[in-house]
Design a protein around this ligand. Sequence first.
Ligand SMILES: NC(=O)c1ccc[n+]([C@@H]2O[C@H](COP(=O)([O-])OP(=O)(O)OC[C@H]3O[C@@H](n4cnc5c(N)ncnc54)[C@H](OP(=O)(O)O)[C@@H]3O)[C@@H](O)[C@H]2O)c1
Length: 264
Amino acid sequence: MDLGIGGETALVVGASEGIGYESAKALLEEGAEVMICSRSADKLKAAAVALEAATGCKVRYFAADVTRAEDVAKLQAWVAQEAPALDILVSAVGGSQRALFGELDDAAWYANYEFNVMGTVRTIRATLEPLKKSARGGRIVILGAAGPRMPYPHQLVSNVHKAGLIALVKTLGAEFQPFNIRVNSVSPGRTMTSLWTKRIAALSKERGVPESELVHEFSHEIPLGRFGRPEEIAPMVVFLASHKTSYVTCQSVLVDGGIARGLV
Ligand SMILES: NC(=O)c1ccc[n+]([C@@H]2O[C@H](COP(=O)([O-])OP(=O)(O)OC[C@H]3O[C@@H](n4cnc5c(N)ncnc54)[C@H](OP(=O)(O)O)[C@@H]3O)[C@@H](O)[C@H]2O)c1
């Protein structure tokens, strides 16, 4: 299937590893010109080299922490110069803090809000003008999470804040229609990236059980019986960013191995 995005320009934020990296790779494989962003210039450089080696395409990168408004202002200036007309924005920054309600003070709540919500809000604001200039209509794809559809225990902050992203997608999809910009999100379930390898290593130490036992425990309640891989999330990101989904906006699509059991 030709997704029709060959030659289009995409920015993937949170692309030095994990789902963002795989999304950047999948976009490159479809012929898009891809720019990547994350906090660490070293990680970005390594990611750009790996992406170029894997796809034979040039990858431009810019280091910015989207929880810092001043960094995003610099990102905005860079994008305006590199891609005055931007076709695709993917925002893949976010995560959770494993904690119970009583362990979370105001600072913890606000820090996660910056990470999960404001980072994406700032990134969209910084790229809105170039997205408006996309010849065939801009597309925004945000990485949400399955959590809001089936709130996980111990994941309070991300359950709440990722639910906010679903509302953001619903609202912006309508608000940006006059600019011919579609807005959707992909909601992954448990996906084996550094987010989980770090969490499992920490839990293994805390509980004194082997990591393999924890992987088994967390896989048990997933209907497909295993964690997802980042390259299994990326195709949905690219599909929603493509012209094959021209009648899809305001949607949050689960790619979760079936873990969110709700009917809606
Ligand atoms: N993995 C899962 O099980 C899972 C489940 C549900 C939802 N998700 C969502 O999917 C998205 C990607 O998750 P992932 O598992 O791929 O994460 P990951 O492996 O931890 O990768 C996160 C990426 O974001 C960058 N990043 C982190 N903080 C940033 C910041 N403040 N500003 C700019 N870049 C930043 C990181 O690079 P630097 O270190 O260089 O900044 C890295 O490239 C997130 O929104 C996450 O909430 C993941």
